[in-house]
Write a protein of this length. Structure first.
Length: 74
């Protein structure tokens, strides 16, 4: 039996249920430049998956990053 045969691919929270965004889509959502998104990805602050020569970011990870980045100014 192979290792992947024991995995339940249809369980909730599986990565196949995720929506992936391009760097340009994340930049538009955050209203920053694509270079800023690349810097976040390369620094490890924003998790991403490499697909060929490009990156994809899970929509959930982008939303989590924004939620955790709020700054209380006063």
């Amino acid at each position: 039996m192979k290792a992947w045969d024991t995995m339940d691919a249809n369980k909730p929270g599986d990565i196949s249920d995720s929506t992936f965004l391009t760097v340009a889509e994340v930049a538009a959502m955050m209203r920053v430049s694509k270079m800023t998104v690349y810097r976040l990805v390369h620094s490890g602050e924003l998790p991403a998956v490499r697909v060929g020569r490009s990156f994809r970011v899970r929509e959930e990870d982008a939303n989590d990053y924004l939620k955790n980045s709020f700054y209380n100014a006063g």
